[in-house]
Write a protein that binds this ligand. Structure first.
Ligand SMILES: Nc1ncnc2c1ncn2[C@@H]1O[C@H](COP(=O)(O)OP(=O)(O)OP(=O)(O)O)[C@@H](O)[C@H]1O
Ligand SMILES: [Mg+2]
Length: 185
């Protein structure tokens, strides 16, 4: 079973590849509703309706030369395995929002994995791009915005290893308890 942080990384990389300059990643946990929602919203080039339909079906394109991607189908499969679903909203020239919801407490729910490390790595590898990372857990919210981080760093690049290490620890410290609720069901 692949950790959800790995799925998330793949989907966020799609956003980067699509030219997104601001990618917003949100993890929402609602223990009463037994629901975990992962949302990746970007302002990249977007997809037309036909492409949106095609990208969640790895077999749809077998008679073309287009490379068959696995990121979205795997994310969809991970959600469906828990009774959840994946939805894609996209508009050409505006951006794409990929949202997957999962059932908390389901035996087939994959572990979250190292979300803090994944986000810190994403920021370090794309120091010119902006990311917002939000964790909303039963109404309590944590938010990290690289636009604010950039100001605080006063010219020091987000690619600096020490910054990445700091960011990972900072995220871990502030989200650990919020994320823990997803396994306490
Ligand atoms: N955020 C996005 N914005 C625009 N196009 C996207 C976005 N996400 C996915 N796509 C399109 O959907 C295709 C399929 O994405 P998917 O992640 O499933 O596979 P891939 O990225 O092509 O390959 P893989 O993830 O297996 O390396 C992408 O190649 C791209 O054309
Ligand atoms: Mg991909």
């Amino acid at each position: 079973m692949q950790e959800l942080s790995m799925n998330l990384l793949d989907i966020a990389q799609n956003s980067v590849a699509a030219g997104s300059t601001l990618t917003q990643i949100t993890i929402a946990i609602d223990t009463a509703a037994k629901r975990l929602t992962l949302t990746i919203a970007d302002n990249g080039k977007g997809m037309d309706e036909e492409t949106v339909r095609r990208v969640t079906d790895p077999f749809y394109t077998t008679r073309t030369t287009r490379k068959v991607g696995l990121g979205l189908p795997l994310f969809q499969e991970a959600a469906r395995a828990t009774g959840g679903e994946l939805t894609i909203r996209s508009a050409v020239g505006k951006g794409t929002t990929v949202e997957a919801f999962f059932t908390l407490g389901h035996i087939d729910l994959a572990p979250l994995g190292d979300l803090s490390g994944t986000i810190a790595g994403l920021v370090q590898c794309n120091p010119e791009l902006d990311f917002v990372y939000r964790v909303i857990s039963d109404g309590e919210t944590f938010c990290m915005d690289t636009r604010q981080l950039r100001q605080m760093l006063d010219g020091v690049s987000l690619a600096t290893p020490q910054v990445a290490i700091f960011l990972r620890e900072y995220l871990e410290e502030h989200t650990e308890n919020l994320l823990k609720r997803s396994t306490q069901i």
